[in-house]
Write a protein that binds this ligand. Structure first.
Ligand SMILES: [Zn+2]
Length: 1025
């Protein structure tokens, strides 16, 4: 688990209201109650320092410190039942051994009170948590969880506190999670010694992602004098320099209350949290001076340049253009909240969207495929940075790009920004604050983490409208306010780094050679007795990993703690201008959410692969009287975004029936509803397709984004491919979002003449944007519903000329009523391919990664089948009780497991896996394990808790009713699925494992993405791509 924090505005996206309380009159709200705390009040060893109402976000912030240790505490009281806890430590390593990252993994391997192996993963199955994770950033490590259940909160808090403050940190945990030398086959002392370890492999995988590699180099080189000059996650070849003793030492000095910041959020009472934290952890410590401050980076007197290399990207749109270049500027201290707010806004004005000066100057001339992976404001380090540059460019354009960057900065200083763009950005902030997400607590925790980590005031960060007001005032007082900032931070800033990166054909080979040398050096230093010890320790570890574990020390919820019934989501189904509409009343906090599902049934087969491209360009090329710049401006100013995406929706009753379409989604403030519908009307009636230059920019960016995504989401691509020949929906899914689509977009990006594509897009439009095969959904407040209905009616009238009755391409269309109680009402039209023949196919994609993504998929049963619930539970139980141990602990992969998909495919997968065919046999062993029935009632109950914590995860008001709208899954169907889940027995699980998961009885597909693989190449049953 490792991540890098993103720029502030990206985090702001997730900020939102709960929305049910428009006023603070109700005395009962959590926020109101929290206002009664007094400064100086003593509570369970803590002293209240500050109590601040933050009406923008409907919360009260209570700041405290722990008297004895100096631990800091922030509580955000808010009427949200999805309560969150997080504790973060300032972890500032001075080498690249990955010590904070390995520590993050090992503290989760067992603690004093909970000495069983891996309590963290075990709690996933003993809790109804809505989120559990741990992160290592460049300078802090954070442990957050959230849950809607009060008892669960206490259980998880106890496990988290014990893990971070009293971990066992056994030598064996260090070997398993960090690194170790071990016989390739631990049972054979004569097999060669190799490096193993979860973090070792995780980081090898992470750095196979060129974007990630570049970001790491850039940070290391821009801040060369302290902790940011090293890799906190671990440099694979330096990880083996870390010792167990150093790990324990790092824990003692960094994971101490005096170096800790606690954050709690939600409607549970603060006193209870404080009491538990004091009793179970803090009371056992004395104050220390952790000495973890990060000093300011000394400023350079002149700019610097540097160069790094990476592996070539086989999927890059143009292999001769694979260079990256960007200029990075050191900015001010992030603890200055207003300066951070201003710089983050300024960054958006400079780079976001087709109206920004850098988009015009760098993207539109098509010198590169997209901005560099690191771009814009980054507030995740003590002093922020701003980066601008390109990826996918040719080496000879280097000087030109540097010149354009300088010139653009000069132009901005000279001309400033159009006022309307500033307004659009402030509008965006208003929407982001009003939009309600389901993980608000987590968003807050990560939003304040970096600044608070360096003793910035987290409460000030939350007061966003204060910042907006100060910003408006600054702009009113000095119209050149922003231009002056640009001059100061960019033009006159000598602390800037120009970093280029180019592919090296021999890169992977060199990496492998360096690893081999490191390995040999370690091996040569070994005595015979060392070797013997390594062999014995390897066996010990294997033995420990194979043992059935007693997890009874861990707290757990019971199946009886789960709510027996689901809350209902009432909707009304009606029509507007002949088009079916679903209305859902929700506390949306003044926003209206609009969706339209348009069927693909009449689209000729040869146009299918073009649909994702159509979706990504249809809202971005201009429409009606607006060119694409004006369109983007109007969308920013009037809506919370407008997007179109492909949909493949499997039927809930039959595997060979599915619905295909595209989904239009948008939202806006209530006052902007007419503007939003006007934009959609223009898109329906007169979209612009003929600007080849604009299209090429969009195509390049899409192709680049797809190619970059594979090393991150390889398991998704492997699963999609493995399911391709098993159901008709699986086949369509591969066309829309699998490797087939990646390769198709690469071909399009390589076309010198996009004329044929330009002629194709209007043909697709005729089939898709047709009110005759469309249905809509509206989520809004009850007060706004009738007005919204009237406006929707007139929108449908506006687009009536697009109405065409067309014949579906495939004759076998079946209808399902939209309202399950009204068979004669409006319906969804599904494609039925009852004579579809599933077939077995194994595909291998050779990729420039050092790790594999492995998947196997089996055709089973649809959602409404009586065995579906058993298969869901089986997947969860196999993951927790068998596959996790085989694939992650023993195999050294970052992750792996099984999941049951709504389309009836049961899929196994592994993530960043050193093994390939070995993992396929681990999947098979998992099936044998399931068939043998060697699991207990406790295992089944844990799987039930785990499945229900997903089933019952909170749904945002914007998304309520969407299951019914898209898939026709009613509350009654959900309730019967729920009852089946409760009823699943040991016998059911063994039965479904035998019936559906045995090879030879059912059709199964497999796919692997990974490096050159001799075993597979020699095996004729594989197709190698
Ligand atoms: Zn990790």
């Amino acid at each position: 688990m490792f991540r890098q924090t993103k720029a502030m505005l990206q985090k702001l996206r997730y900020l939102s209201f709960n929305g049910q309380q428009h006023t603070w009159r109700l005395k009962s709200t959590s926020a109101e109650r929290a206002l009664q705390y007094q400064q100086g009040q003593k509570i369970h060893g803590f002293t209240v320092k500050e109590v601040v109402a933050v009406p923008d976000l409907f919360l009260t912030a209570v700041k405290l410190t722990h008297d004895k240790t100096g631990a800091q505490y922030l509580h955000a009281a808010r009427d949200d039942s999805n309560n969150l806890f997080s504790v973060q430590f300032r972890t500032t390593p001075m080498d690249s051994t990955g010590v904070p990252h390995i520590l993050e993994h090992t503290v989760l391997c067992g603690s004093e009170k909970y000495p069983c192996r891996d309590p963290f993963f075990k709690m996933l199955n003993r809790s109804l948590s809505t989120f559990m994770n741990a992160f290592t950033a460049s300078d802090y490590t954070m442990y957050p969880f959230s849950t809607q259940n009060g008892k669960d909160f206490q259980n998880l808090l106890s496990v988290y506190l014990d893990a971070v403050f009293f971990p066992c940190l056994r030598e064996q945990d260090f070997w398993q999670e960090g690194w170790r030398l071990e016989n390739e086959n631990p049972k054979d002392p004569n097999s060669p010694l190799v490096f193993k370890g979860v973090v070792f492999n995780e980081m090898k995988g992470a750095f196979s992602d060129n974007e990630r590699l570049y970001a790491q180099h850039l940070q290391n080189k821009l801040y060369p004098d302290h902790t940011y000059s090293v890799v906190s996650g671990g440099e694979p070849l330096i990880i083996p320099d870390l010792t167990w003793e150093q790990l324990r030492q790092f824990h003692a000095t960094h994971y101490h209350p005096s170096n800790a910041r606690f954050f709690t959020y939600g409607d549970l009472p603060l006193e209870q949290h404080l009491k538990q934290i004091e009793e179970e952890a803090l009371s056992k410590f004395e104050r220390i001076d952790p000495n973890t401050e990060v000093p300011p980076q000394p400023h350079w007197s002149s700019p610097r340049e540097d160069h790094v290399t990476c592996s070539p990207d086989a999927l890059a749109p143009d292999p001769t253009r694979q260079n990256t270049l960007c200029v990075s500027y050191l900015l001010g201290d992030i603890t200055d909240a207003f300066e951070g707010f201003t710089l983050s806004l300024l960054s958006s004005l400079m780079i976001s969207g087709p109206n920004s000066p850098f988009y015009k100057a760098l993207i539109e001339p098509k010198i590169g495929t997209d901005f560099s992976s690191v771009v814009g404001y980054d507030g995740s380090t003590k002093e922020a940075s701003f980066s601008i540059g390109l990826q996918g460019m040719a080496e000879e354009d280097t000087e030109r790009v540097k010149q354009i960057i300088n010139q653009t900065i000069d132009d901005i200083i000279e001309n400033g920004f159009v006022e309307e763009r500033i307004e659009a950005l402030l509008h965006k902030i208003e929407i982001q604050m009003k939009h309600q997400s389901t993980n608000f607590g987590l968003s807050l925790a990560s939003y304040i983490a970096s600044s608070w980590n360096h003793d910035g005031d987290p409460v000030q960060l939350l007061q966003i409208s204060d910042s907006v007001a100060t910003f408006r005032q600054a702009l009113a007082e000095n119209p050149r306010f922003l231009q002056d900032k640009v001059k100061h931070y960019f033009k006159e800033n000598t602390h800037r780094l120009t970093l280029s990166m180019s592919p090296d054909e021999a890169y992977l080979e060199k990496q492998a050679k360096a690893e081999e040398e490191k390995l040999q050096k370690k091996i040569q230093a070994l005595s015979d007795s060392d070797r013997k010890e390594i062999y014995e320790k390897g066996l010990e570890l294997l033995d420990a990993q194979s043992k059935t574990q007693d997890a009874s020390c861990l707290p757990a919820l019971k199946v009886s703690d789960i709510q027996p019934t689901i809350p209902l989501t009432p909707v009304q189904i009606s029509t507007a201008g002949g088009v079916p509409v679903q209305y859902c009343e929700q506390p949306t906090n003044g926003l209206v959410y609009f969706r339209a599902m348009c069927s693909l049934n009449t689209l000729p087969e040869d146009l299918r692969l073009y649909v994702p491209l159509f979706c990504s360009v249809i809202t971005r090329m201009g429409c009606g009287g607006l060119d694409y710049r004006q369109q983007a401006q109007q969308m920013d100013l009037r809506t919370g975004g407008m997007s179109v995406s492909t949909q493949v929706i499997p039927d809930s009753t039959q595997l060979d029936v599915y619905e295909q379409g595209v989904l239009l989604s948008s939202s806006c403030l209530e006052r902007n509803l007419p503007h939003m519908f006007q934009l959609w009307s223009d898109i329906f009636n007169s979209p612009h397709f003929d600007d080849e230059e604009r299209l090429r920019v969009l195509v390049m960016m899409s192709a680049q984004e797809l190619a970059n995504g594979i090393s991150y989401s390889g398991h998704m691509y492997a699963m999609t491919r493995a399911g391709r020949h098993l159901t008709p929906a699986g086949d369509l899914q591969e066309s829309f979002s699998g490797m087939e689509q990646v390769k198709f977009m690469k071909r399009i990006a390589e076309m010198s003449d996009l004329g044929p594509v330009i002629r194709t897009l209007p043909r697709i439009k005729k089939h898709l944007l047709n009110p005759d095969s469309m249905r809509c959904a509206i989520n809004s407040t009850p007060q706004k519903l009738s007005d919204t209905a009237a406006q929707l009616e007139s929108f449908i009238k506006d687009i009536a000329e697009n109405r065409r009755e067309r014949k579906p391409i495939r004759a076998n269309v079946i209808e399902r009523p939209l309202d399950p109680l009204d068979d004669s009402g409006p319906s969804r039209k599904l494609i039925s391919e009852l004579n579809f023949q599933p077939c077995q196919m194994k595909t291998f994609f050779q990729m420039p990664f050092p790790v594999n993504f492995v998947s196997e998929s089996l055709r089973t049963v649809p959602f409404s089948h009586e065995d579906y619930a058993s298969l869901c539970l089986l997947a969860r139980m196999m993951t927790a009780k068998f596959l996790h141990g085989e694939i992650r602990e023993k195999g050294g992969a970052y992750g792996g497991g099984a999941r049951m998909g709504g389309g009836g495919l049961f899929s196994f997968y592994s993530y960043r896996d050193p093994n390939s065919v070995g993992t396929l046999s681990a999947f098979r062993k998992g099936v044998d394990w399931a068939k043998s029935g060697q699991f207990t009632q406790q295992d089944i109950d844990e799987a039930k808790l785990s499945v229900f914590s997903a089933v019952d995860s909170p749904v945002a008001p914007a998304d309520k009713g969407m299951g019914l709208f898209l898939s026709g899954v009613t509350d009654e169907m959900k309730q019967s699925h729920r009852e089946r889940l409760f009823a699943v027995t040991h016998k059911n699980l063994v039965d479904v494992a035998k019936r559906y998961l045995s090879i030879g009885q059912r059709t199964c597909g497999a796919a692997i993405l990974g490096p050159e693989n001799e075993t597979i190449e020699k095996d004729p049953s594989w197709i190698v791509k």
